[in-house]
Design a binder for this molecule. Structure first.
Ligand code: ADP
Length: 248
């Protein structure tokens, strides 16, 4: 069976900045895959290309055996997406938005309505008529993740899904994602929070300055009893940069 994600020599530049500079990635089906890197490393640019939100300059992308850009529609039907900046409709209430997304994926109206209500409950979002424009950042992430689930996708592409979400909300989200993997889904998640990766992911790739510097099972990365944080700092060669300000 083809991998969930297969990327070869992926490239994207902004002017003179090579945001993604020849990335190879293979994400096996059924894995909980953490895509890590410091700020500005190229995580969001990569995930935007994987979801077809921006075109790549070079290289190839295959998602669930379908090729981008040609098979974009087939891919969109099968993936759940939480982008960094959630693409929500601020004028709709949460439940209206979820129903709308369900309809966009071709669910019959009663099914979309039912799932929308169930997801609002599951994500502990009040089912009042509050519009998304009045949501907090954490609530926006919750409703975005709820929307990513409504069509029961095979693969989730999540860009910093826990950012701004409180501890209870993050726990709910983590439990749902773990359950999805147990049922055979694949998760590809970007984050800079190593604790999230240590608790959830079974495979990890680390990107720095647009290039993959490590890609392995989590256990392999931590071999020798090293914490993920130590491995991360070592692989980025950042350990020596502990500068100090005279006046501080
Ligand atoms: P990360 O998600 O790992 O923090 P990004 O993929 O957002 O990193 O950014 C990678 C690099 O590309 C950075 O140097 C960033 O400044 C640059 N970049 C990202 N998006 C744009 C854009 N729309 N225009 C110009 N430069 C960008």
């Amino acid at each position: 069976m083809s991998p969930a994600i297969l990327v070869r020599d992926l490239r994207k530049s902004y002017g003179l900045t090579a945001a993604v500079d020849g990335v190879d990635l293979e994400v096996p089906r059924g894995s909980f895959f953490g895509f890590l890197g410091p700020n500005g490393a190229g995580k969001s640019t990569t995930i935007r290309m994987l979801t077809g939100l921006i075109p790549n300059d070079g290289g190839s992308i295959e998602i669930l055996g379908f090729k981008l850009p040609g098979d974009a529609l087939e891919i969109k039907k099968r993936i759940g997406l939480v982008p960094e900046e959630s693409l929500l409709f601020d004028r709709l209430s949460g439940v209206e938005f979820l129903e709308f997304v369900g309809r966009m994926y071709g669910l019959p109206r009663p099914t979309a309505m039912e799932r929308a209500r169930e997801l609002m409950d599951l994500f502990q979002l009040q089912t009042d008529r509050k519009i998304i424009g009045e949501y907090s950042k954490g609530m926006r992430k919750r409703v975005a993740m709820a929307a990513s689930l409504i069509h029961h996708p095979e693969l989730f592409l999540l860009d910093e899904p826990f950012e701004g979400v409180d501890a209870v909300g993050a726990r709910v989200m983590k439990d749902i994602l773990t359950d999805q993997v147990r049922r055979g889904a694949t998760i590809f998640l970007t984050t800079h929070v190593l604790e999230v990766v240590e608790r959830l992911c079974d495979r990890v790739a680390i990107i720095n300055q647009g290039r993959i510097v490590a890609c392995a099972a989590l256990n392999e990365l931590r071999a020798g009893g090293e914490s993920l944080e130590d491995a991360f700092v070592r692989l980025l060669g950042a350990g020596q940069q502990t500068g100090r300000l005279e006046w501080l």
